[in-house]
Ligand binder design. Sequence first.
Ligand SMILES: Cc1ncc(C[n+]2csc(CCOP(=O)(O)OP(=O)(O)O)c2C)c(N)n1
Ligand code: SF4
Length: 308
Amino acid sequence: MNEPALGGMVGTPLDRCEPLFRKGNTNCGGCGMSITLQMLRHAVGERRVQLIIPAACAAVAGGTFPQATFGVPTLMTTFASASAAASGAASVAALNGEDVRVIVLAGDGGTFDIGFASLSAAAERNEDILYICYDNEIYGNTGGQRSSATPAGAVTTNTPDGKAEQKKDILAVMAAHRIPYAASISLAHAEDTHRKMRTALDQKGFRFLHVLSPCPTGWKSEPALGLELVRLAVRSGLFPVYEIFDGKRHVVNIEPDFTDEALNMYLSLQRRFQKSGLSASDLRPAIDRYWQNLRALSGRIVPARRDA
Ligand SMILES: Cc1ncc(C[n+]2csc(CCOP(=O)(O)OP(=O)(O)O)c2C)c(N)n1
Ligand code: SF4
């Protein structure tokens, strides 16, 4: 199990792992959910896993039988029942004495909005589930409508002038359930992603991972730039990368440089922000407020911004 692989990270060589997501899937090029599944595959190693996927791009990505591209037992559910089905699957595995990790893979619409009631209920019961939300900030599978994860200013098919409301703070919401582990994930930081996936896989109880998932189709960006966009979101402070233990202990994993240059670059590389004409100065007050709160929670003082 402990052999170096993939950029020097400790893990199982990929050729010995059961594939999670095979070639022939229907995802767009540059899709962050595909990258999430490849990273997850590496973190899973030789563990037995079962996937539960509600309606989403992920639900259709596998294709149809017998060409299904998911390489592990996978159950597709309605939005509302994903966390309930996962609770059942985890209970059956426990009753049978099976060592199986039950993983929900859901988009932001299925997490922040439509599946939220059963997600909250499963978190409150501390079910033995790993819940991964790949957040592309829209309802991708139905053409790109706004969700409560869509950031202010982004054009979607039903916010043609740019969304007015701010993105919901899902990690704070999950922390309020006092679950054992919650973390945000930057796919541009592979080692941090790998470590958190393994931590979450091996922990008991309800674990929640929030992945910022580039979506070239919805973000109106170049497919090859997905990871660069995530890197810019992290650098600028727009997407804080941290983990929360038992809803209480907050640990910041990656320090941003808080530069307006990174923020402006992030905005200008995506045509979804073009119409609203957002710039760094529009977003900076909300980012500063978020970080002030996060510093207070993690017991760190607020550093001065580089170009402030
Ligand atoms: C109750 C219900 N409402 C609407 C739909 C239609 N629908 C299917 S997939 C989808 C979008 C899901 O968005 P998200 O969860 O963000 O995942 P993504 O498609 O972006 O991967 C919607 C609205 C549905 N299947 N069930
Ligand atoms: S629409 Fe977005 S999330 Fe869906 S498959 Fe395409 S890139 Fe991925």
